[in-house]
Design a protein around this ligand. Structure first.
Ligand SMILES: NC(=O)c1ccc[n+]([C@@H]2O[C@H](COP(=O)([O-])OP(=O)(O)OC[C@H]3O[C@@H](n4cnc5c(N)ncnc54)[C@H](OP(=O)(O)O)[C@@H]3O)[C@@H](O)[C@H]2O)c1
Length: 231
């Protein structure tokens, strides 16, 4: 079984890559930064690296040519555009959609015909679409589009299964930009959400494996968010 994981060499992409490999798959970790990816998986058996930039359709088509066929595809790539409306930068919003919505759509265009019987495509959404808040509008509309993309692709690409994963707050380094406020933010979320903790990359990786392997799950968004939208 071959699994393609698009993203960086750390965070959720790494947890998915290692979990799929440990479950017996040959994993191709693909992303923009070959040096970082190679360093991240140096000496790891069952994992090879490839180049792809999800904002570049030609690089997606070329990756498909090199792969030949594949069983499961997971796209974790993301470019966030956080901020209030008055501060949102047009290019940042476009990059967010380009990376998390149009990129996965182009992955489907070029790679779905290469997915073996029983295979799947898993893309990433996020809790911002389920819990509307001031300051995360662009993240929310990007994730909302990813949710609809998963449902649309599931219908059109059937029997290839397509799902979205919606993580809550996961400590992957993605929040390091908050600086000194990160600890306070994590404490606040942990005190409010029903799970009473921040999520881990492994929480999310196990959900991805479920989406990949349960042949009756398609066209849905699986939330792994500690119940945060209820708060
Ligand atoms: N962490 C959380 O709390 C959280 C919450 C909700 C949703 N999510 C979603 O879960 C997924 C994984 O999150 P994460 O925190 O592990 O990672 P992340 O920090 O969101 O990293 C995503 C990575 O995608 C890669 N990327 C960006 N543009 C790309 C492109 N054009 N082509 C290929 N790769 C590209 C970048 O890696 P390079 O810089 O190495 O290229 C980037 O570091 C993302 O979709 C994220 O939005 C995460």
């Amino acid at each position: 079984m071959t699994v393609l994981v698009v993203g960086r060499g750390g965070g959720i992409a790494r947890a998915v890559t290692l979990a799929a490999r440990d479950a017996g798959a040959q994993v191709v970790a693909a992303g923009r930064n070959q040096d970082k990816l190679k360093a991240a998986y140096d000496g790891e058996p069952g994992i090879t690296t490839e180049y792809v930039d999800l904002t570049d359709e030609a690089s997606i088509a070329a990756l498909g040519e090199r792969l030949g066929t594949v069983d499961h595809i997971v796209s974790t790539a993301s470019a966030r555009a956080r901020g209030k409306v008055a501060d949102l930068d047009r290019d940042a919003v476009r990059a967010s959609f380009d990376t998390k919505v149009i990129g996965p759509l182009m992955l489907a265009k070029h790679l779905a015909p290469r997915i073996n019987a029983g295979g799947s495509l898993t893309i990433f959404s996020g809790v911002a679409a389920a819990k509307i808040a001031v300051g995360t509008l662009a993240v929310a509309i990007t994730n909302g589009a990813a949710d609809v993309l998963a449902r649309s692709l599931a219908l059109e690409l059937a029997p290839v299964r397509v799902n979205a994963i919606s993580p809550g707050v996961i400590d992957t380094g993605a929040w390091d930009g908050l600086g000194a406020r990160k600890d306070d933010y994590f404490r606040d979320v942990s005190e409010r959400n029903p799970a009473r903790r921040i999520g881990t990359a492994d929480d999310v990786a196990q959900t991805v494996l479920f989406a990949m392997t349960n042949s009756f799950v398609t066209g849905t968004t699986l939330r792994v968010d500690g119940g945060e939208p209820l708060t």
